[in-house]
Design a protein around this ligand. Structure first.
Ligand code: DCP
Ligand code: MG
Ligand code: MN
Length: 339
């Protein structure tokens, strides 16, 4: 999800971007969403500049760059480094925190509890801590899950699921989503929508959880299910692990079950990226509407603090383009939905 991997070499701010990107990755690893996003926005702004930004004042005058970040930009230009980045790299507690937060499904509070308990290594956790099944798998396959998945392999996992579905019911379809749909060369995990024209969510669920998942487990493609990381599970998602027969590397796989009348909203949600989603949702709310992964709703009443007072009326769920149109947002190809 980080803006890394792009060719910035011709950009006059290339070195600044490189260091800010490392800082951004650091905050991402530390699960500091707020700072991660601030850095992502600042990097996006810098990428658009045709001249080298050298002073804090110049930087602060640009969109999405606050005064503290502006100071950091000046520091990078002057010293070719960032003390804040060096200090976190050297800090032993930060290093342990980073290690623990790298375990799938582990958040700040869990990681800090382990540190408080005196654990410092993955081996400490395995031998001394009481771990959930998902945490055990996250530790066993720590290196697997830390690797990016090449685009061709994402496709191969998608094909595996498509073939299995076709045998069960040729009307089913599977669409690869997430960073893959945005055109990424590699992905952090594999995101797939499963749907069937005309079928209800109950029908889709029955086939996926009743037949598809068990049979893919038997065939050895699906390795295990993982506990949902945070929000409540409404029975339309499956988080787990898959592995190609030709590989030994376990990959994170997310399935989203979608009835066709929600397809447009689900396509937007699951294409992302997350910042793009946040910005269209905010725009919807400013227009008295509401967008979620099921649809676009109108006549939404909000209170003083923008808290929602009703559900609103569904205006569109099925067609992705129509949702953009009603929102008054010019169509953006998935590859352009990078903020
Ligand atoms: N999503 C979101 N908000 C979140 C998490 C996810 O809107 N907090 C949406 C947008 C994401 C999509 O779901 O693009 C898939 O989530 P992933 O976490 O799999 O992220 P990506 O696929 O975009 O990137 P990666 O390559 O790291 O998996
Ligand atoms: Mg993904
Ligand atoms: Mn995912």
């Amino acid at each position: 999800m980080n803006p890394a991997g792009r060719n910035d070499s011709s950009n006059p701010n290339a070195r600044t971007i490189e260091i800010l990107d490392q800082m951004c990755k650091h905050y991402d690893q530390m699960q500091d969403q707020w700072r991660t996003n601030a850095y992502r926005r600042a990097i996006a702004t810098l990428r658009k500049q045709n001249t080298k930004i050298t002073t804090s004042k110049q930087a602060a005058a640009l969109p999405a760059i606050g005064s503290r970040l502006a100071d950091k930009i000046e520091e990078i230009v002057l010293t070719d480094r960032l003390r804040r980045l060096d200090s976190t790299r050297d800090d032993p507690t930060d290093q342990v925190l980073r290690l623990f937060l790298g375990i799938y499904g582990v958040g700040l509070s869990q990681a800090n509890k382990w540190i408080q308990a005196g654990y410092r290594t993955l081996d400490d956790l395995v031998t001394k801590a009481k771990l959930t099944e998902s945490q055990k798998i996250g530790i066993e396959h720590y290196d697997d899950f830390a690797q990016r998945i090449p685009r061709a392999e994402v496709e191969a996992h998608g094909d595996f699921i498509k073939n299995a579905l076709r045998k069960l019911d040729p009307a089913f379809e599977a669409i690869i989503m997430g960073s893959y749909r945005r055109g990424a060369k590699n992905s952090g995990d594999i995101d797939i929508i499963i749907s069937k024209p005309g079928a209800s969510i109950t029908d889709i669920r029955d086939v996926v959880f009743g037949t598809l998942v068990p049979s893919l487990k038997t065939s050895g493609f699906l390795k295990c299910k993982l506990a949902a990381s945070s929000r409540s599970d409404d029975g339309t998602k499956w988080h787990g692990v898959s592995c190609l027969p030709t590989s030994t590397t376990w990959r994170r796989l997310d399935l989203l079950l979608v009835p066709d009348y929600e397809m447009g909203a689900a396509l937007i949600y699951f294409t992302g990226n997350d910042i793009f989603n946040r910005s269209v949702r905010l725009l919807a709310s400013k227009k008295g509407m509401r967008l979620n992964q099921r649809g676009l709703y109108k006549d939404v009443v909000r209170g003083k603090n923008r808290e929602r007072l009703n559900d609103g009326i569904l205006v569109e769920g099925r067609r992705e383009k129509k949702i953009f149109e009603i929102l008054g947002v010019p169509w953006r190809e998935p590859t352009e939905r990078i903020c």
